[in-house]
Design a binder for this molecule. Structure first.
Ligand code: CAA
Ligand code: NAD
Length: 278
């Protein structure tokens, strides 16, 4: 299997890493060489950690050697499966899938790691809706068990089977759901994070107390504000917008504080500051 990943950010890098750990040849694309270098550095660090703990079956250099980093989309022509993990913006993803639909060999499968954008709409943009699917990994990809597999309206049974088997080969547990805004994961998770942000805005408690209450009281591994910073506040806002627009209920309205922080460039861990400083 030749495995393609578009986007070398926190998700794309993690997906490429786990695919390479599973023995696949991987090609990773980002817009600039500097973004690829940053992604490569994160993968190297993660592989080093996993190796120290005896959790890698191959040497880190062997795994890294299976990944080819490129700024040229033409390198995806012979991929069997391409997973897109770029910015959570429907227009940008549509444009990319339109191009990929013309580049990747006709029998290749295209998948999106989108958190919330309708799979059926992206499938239409790709021009190959039967061979299109949502393959939603969780962050951090090397440690999290789940892959949410989302069938679009026209996804074929063969596409769903191949992607499910590929997720299993990557050591993950695939679980199926249908194409509704936010799918299952973010329809349930994101309103909780948004509500925690609303609690900060209303002065219900300090961020540390909100996180502590949810960690100690509900046994969550991370508090909701720490998790929002970890995901990226820009991504959280984009997901809330899709839920609000797609489900049409004001209970999904993004918190004004979330909107303001994104406008201010406070995106969480990736920008160095969100609810906490990094
Ligand atoms: N690769 C390799 N090792 C990693 C790593 C990575 N990417 N990330 C963390 N680690 C390591 C840490 O360095 C640490 O190593 P040491 O023990 O040597 O220090 C080890 O893993 C465990 O980390 P911690 O002890 O710091 O923390 P932890 O035990 O709490 O586990 C966690 C970390 C698994 C991330 C845990 O905090 C957790 O489950 N957090 C919640 C994550 C979550 O909810 N993810 C879903 C987000 S939503 C989403 O993904 C969907 C979407 O569309 C937005
Ligand atoms: P990120 O900002 O860390 O990385 C995105 C990468 O895509 C960047 O390196 C950027 O340069 C690149 N990129 C942007 N536009 C591009 C284009 N047109 N062509 C090629 N590369 C492009 O974002 P992320 O957190 O990795 O999220 C990526 C996707 O995964 C989003 O759709 C997001 O909703 C989804 N997702 C995120 C999480 C999370 O916790 N952050 C979890 C699951 C799914």
């Amino acid at each position: 299997m030749k495995f393609g990943v578009i986007g070398a950010g926190q998700m794309g890098g993690g997906i490429a890493q786990v695919a390479a750990q599973s023995g696949f040849d991987v090609v990773v694309h980002d817009q600039q060489r500097a973004f690829l270098d940053r992604g490569r550095g994160v993968i190297e660090k993660s592989l080093g950690k996993l190796h120290e703990k005896g959790k890698l079956s191959d040497a880190p250099e062997t795994v890294l050697g299976r990944i080819h980093f490129t700024t040229d989309l033409a390198d995806f022509a012979d991929c069997d499966l391409v997973v897109e993990a770029i910015v959570e913006n429907q227009q940008v993803k549509n444009d990319l899938f339109k191009r990929l639909g013309q580049i990747v060999k006709p029998e290749g499968i295209l998948a999106s790691n989108t958190s919330s954008i309708p799979i059926t709409a992206l499938a239409t943009a790709s021009g190959r809706p039967a061979q299109f699917i949502g393959m939603h990994f969780m962050n951090p990809v090397p440690l999290m068990q789940l892959v949410e597999v989302i069938r679009g309206y026209q996804t074929s049974d063969d596409t769903a089977r191949i992607v499910t088997e590929t997720a299993e080969k990557m050591g993950k547990t695939p679980l199926a759901c249908n194409d509704f805004p936010g799918f299952v994961s973010n329809r349930i998770l994101m309103p909780m994070l948004n509500e925690a942000i609303q609690c900060v805005m209303e002065g219900v408690a300090e961020p540390e107390a909100i996180d502590g209450i949810m960690k100690l009281g509900m046994n969550h591994p991370m508090g909701p504000l720490t998790l929002a910073d970890f995901i990226g506040l820009d991504t959280c806002l984009a997901i809330m917008e899709v839920l609000h627009q797609g489900l049409g209920d004001d209970k999904y309205r993004p918190s004004p504080l979330l909107r303001k922080m994104v406008q201010a460039g406070l995106l969480g861990r990736k920008s160095g500051e969100g609810f906490y400083k990094y």
